[in-house]
Ligand binder design. Sequence first.
Ligand code: SF4
Ligand code: SF4
Length: 367
Amino acid sequence: MNQSGFLPRADLQRLIDRLRREHADCLGPQVRDEAIVFASLERAEQLPFGYLDRQRPGSYRLEFGDSERAFAWANGPQALKPLVFEPEQPMWHSVRDPDGSLQFHPVPAKPSSLAVIGVRACDLAALALQDAHFLEEPGDPWYAARREGLFLVAVHCTHPAETCFCASTGDGPSCGAGFDLALHELDEGFIVEVGSDAGQAVFEALQTLPVAPGQRAAAEAQQARAAEVQQRRLPAPARLAELMQAATDPHWEEVAERCLSCGNCTAVCPSCFCHRHAETPALDPSRSGHARVWDSCFSAAHSLLHGRPLRAQTAQRYRQWLTHKLAGWQVQYGRIGCVGCGRCISWCPVGIDLTAEVDAILGEVHD
Ligand code: SF4
Ligand code: SF4
């Protein structure tokens, strides 16, 4: 078991102060535009104390209740992804010299130092998937610099949304690895667990109290409950691999009648990493900027080959997304590309639910 101690709720500010001293910024969940997102955190009172969320296919609502907890909600639309895989990453700019030759100037990766409080188990799992993609040799220098500077304070999830299914993918609701510190939130405060050497140093400075047996039991009970209440699930990976044999299933066309090809699902997905390269020339032809920009397998241009889209129809794009994420990813990265966060279900404007679509295509029947 990880080293742990108890931090009274009134002492949470000491953790924030410490992280702010050691890092260029500290982010924590806060309410913005009626959703919980990460924003710069200075005071513990900025955390969403008392908020609960209601999520279902195509719907996300916050409610203010009488809970005294800061983390009694499931993930909002934002994952860790934009903190390491920037939506638009300048890569180089080119300049035309007076003699007509082109000079290319790379954009260097800058060292980064960022602490994040409130990371959930599903997002730690998704970050490991992003690492597998972006840190594989030769590695992406901009991603690597941001990743190197991350200090992660995770929170074991106690209030999964109706759309969550991390228990069935094996990625939550408890945080297993990938954090520096992890918190169990109890009514009276937090059990703090150490997950890394950097986390150990912060833990020692916090001078926590011993964890009482009753507090440990309460933490275990709420974790077990958080797994039990999840209703959605995905079949086992071996069964999901059979999606590759379902290329001509008529159900893809049925999904396409509802799917808008908007790409919301890929934008909110913490593990999707598709991108394109964009050139931004100056008005005169003297210079041009080159950037890597988020893209989606739902955009028509993403499958262009010699000027023609390989996947011109929405049914082909939805099939590509689902089969790559749940079957092809197993070959590429040794596991499925879904961590069960449920964001693509809540934030799909027409409420398409990938667990239901998988069941329809594979003919799964659950209890
Ligand atoms: S596919 Fe959906 S549920 Fe799975 S990780 Fe992406 S957003 Fe979350
Ligand atoms: S599944 Fe939903 S979110 Fe994804 S592209 Fe289709 S309509 Fe948009």
